[in-house]
Design a protein around this ligand. Structure first.
Ligand SMILES: NC(=O)c1ccc[n+]([C@@H]2O[C@H](COP(=O)([O-])OP(=O)(O)OC[C@H]3O[C@@H](n4cnc5c(N)ncnc54)[C@H](OP(=O)(O)O)[C@@H]3O)[C@@H](O)[C@H]2O)c1
Length: 273
């Protein structure tokens, strides 16, 4: 059995994919800058070693597939992987991003057996990423109108789809647009978390400029702030306010609802101030 390389294997989707593959007894390698051997998107010399003995790769780009240079990096990595004998590539992509489309095209052009998992905004951004501290502090400021709708997806569903594509038949050449089962306004999503934790949490729509200033004040590195504001400038205009059928098509079951995510996550205590 060949090894599966999971890029971003400590991140929100990658970690879950590693766990699922290990539970099935499959050989897995974590591809991150602190992995063994290390994998770093910014250092092409680090790419060949983690590909040794690898038959399939889960590709997540860092920091975001929409940033300049991402598609070129994915193209170069995919070509290298195929040249070194990798057959199957599964790419995590984002919705409504021009740069992400170029990254997807790079995968299609690689000659590999490809699958694209084009994902909505992950629910886990509220407990494993940049929304965790605001939720704990009781106020979430974000540059999206309260009613701008988003079908938040559970990272467990993304991982299930990716593992199916990495290990099963019938997913080659498929583009799975994966979303949750329900459109929620940003204010509504925060209100559902507040209800689940049993205390008030305010949602505050702000301008992009105000949002950037808040991040800088919170010591977020300037280049990361620039990346986030560029991505949010592009996608927070209603273009993603629709449901996708990727989870149902890939797995034959509906995606998990945000209310279930909020209830189960609240029960872990992570949102307690
Ligand atoms: N978050 C969302 O809602 C969402 C939605 C759609 C698509 N996406 C896509 O998902 C991808 C991952 O974004 P995310 O925010 O969800 O992050 P994430 O996967 O939760 O975490 C980032 C991962 O990348 C690794 N990493 C950090 N710097 C790296 C480098 N220089 N080279 C290689 N790996 C590196 C990290 O390793 P360490 O643990 O060692 O730092 C970690 O495993 C992006 O391409 C984004 O476009 C995200």
């Amino acid at each position: 059995m060949t090894t599966t390389l999971v890029l971003g294997g400590t991140g929100k989707t990658g970690r879950r994919i590693v766990q699922r593959l290990q539970a099935r007894g499959r050989p897995v390698r974590v591809g991150t800058p602190s992995g063994t051997p290390p994998f770093d998107w910014t250092d092409e010399d680090s790419w060949p070693a983690p590909l040794d003995g690898v038959g399939s790769v889960y590709v997540t780009y860092y920091p975001d597939l929409a940033v300049p240079g991402a598609a070129e990096a994915v193209a170069a990595f995919a070509d290298l992987a195929v040249a070194r004998g990798v057959r199957r590539l599964v790419l995590l992509s984002g919705r409504g991003e021009q740069g992400a489309l170029a990254g997807e095209q790079a995968l299609r052009d690689s000659g590999a057996d490809w699958t694209i998992v084009r994902s909505a905004f992950m629910a886990q951004n509220f407990n494993e990423s940049f929304f965790l501290e605001p939720i704990r502090a009781g106020e979430v400021a974000f540059p999206a109108g309260e009613d701008l709708a988003e079908p938040f997806i559970d990272a467990d569903d993304i991982a299930d789809v990716a593992v199916a594509a990495l290990t099963g038949d019938g997913h080659v050449g498929q583009l799975y647009e994966v979303t949750g089962p329900r459109l929620l306004g940003w204010g509504q999503a925060v209100a559902e978390i507040a209800a689940a934790v049993g205390r008030p949490i305010r949602y505050l729509p702000v301008s992009l400029e105000e949002y950037a200033s808040l991040l800088i004040a919170d010591q977020v590195p300037a280049d990361y702030v620039k990346m986030l504001t560029e991505v949010f400038t592009e996608v927070l205009d209603g273009r993603n306010a629709h449901l996708g059928d990727g989870v149902q098509r890939a797995l034959g079951r509906p995606p998990r609802d945000f209310a279930d995510y909020a209830r189960d996550t609240a029960a872990t205590g992570i949102w307690d101030g």
